[in-house]
Design a protein around this ligand. Structure first.
Ligand code: ATP
Ligand code: MG
Length: 188
């Protein structure tokens, strides 16, 4: 089973391939802890409507002329299998929003996995990317923004080992504070 951090990696990889310079990731527990929502917004090249249809359901198209991948369909399947929802909207030339919700306590909900590892590997491979990670549960809120970190660093690279280790600790702490005891895989 693909955990959420691996799905996240797939979706962010798509944004990077689409030349996004800004990627927002929001992970929220909503509705009295019933739903987990993962939303990824990018400012990449986007897709037109016709292409978007093929992307969402590559198997329904009769004889696609090009190979269509599985990152998006797998994420959709994963959400819908546990009673959740999936939505993608895109505008050619301006960007894409991918949103999936999961039922927090459904037995088939994929666990978070290591969101920290996903974020760190994105940062290592894509220096200069504007990445925001927001975590929310009820009124609790945590954010990590690369532009804030970059400002603080004043010229030191975000992919320096010590910087990445600091980011790792900060993210681990944030995940624990926001989702500890709420998502059963995160201890409080
Ligand atoms: N954020 C995005 N911006 C622009 N185009 C996108 C975006 N996400 C997906 N696409 C387009 O949709 C296609 C299908 O995406 P999907 O992740 O399902 O498969 P893939 O990336 O082609 O292959 P795979 O993920 O299996 O390695 C991509 O090849 C790309 O053309
Ligand atoms: Mg992909």
């Amino acid at each position: 089973m693909r955990d959420l951090s691996l799905h996240l990696m797939d979706i962010v990889q798509n944004s990077l391939t689409a030349n996004a310079s800004k990627i927002d990731i929001m992970i929220s527990v909503l509705n009295e802890r019933e739903d987990l929502r993962v939303c990824i917004t990018d400012n990449g090249r986007g897709m037109d409507e016709e292409f978007l249809k093929k992307v969402i359901d590559p198997f329904t198209t009769t004889r696609t002329t090009r190979r269509v991948g599985l990152g998006i369909p797998l994420f959709k399947f994963s959400a819908e299998r546990c009673g959740g929802t999936f939505n993608i909207s895109s505008k050619k030339g301006s960007g894409t929003i991918v949103e999936a919700t999961f039922k927090v306590n459904n037995i088939d909900r994929p666990p978070l996995g290591s969101i920290t590892d996903t974020i760190i590997s994105i940062l290592i491979g894509n220096e200069g990317i504007g990445l925001d990670l927001i975590l929310e549960c009820g009124s609790n809120h945590f954010s990590f923004r690369t532009d804030e970190v970059t400002n603080l660093l004043g010229g030191v690279s975000i992919s320096e080992y010590e910087v990445l280790e600091w980011i790792r600790g900060y993210l681990e702490e944030g995940i624990k504070v926001i989702f500890g005891g709420v998502l059963n895989e995160v201890s409080s």
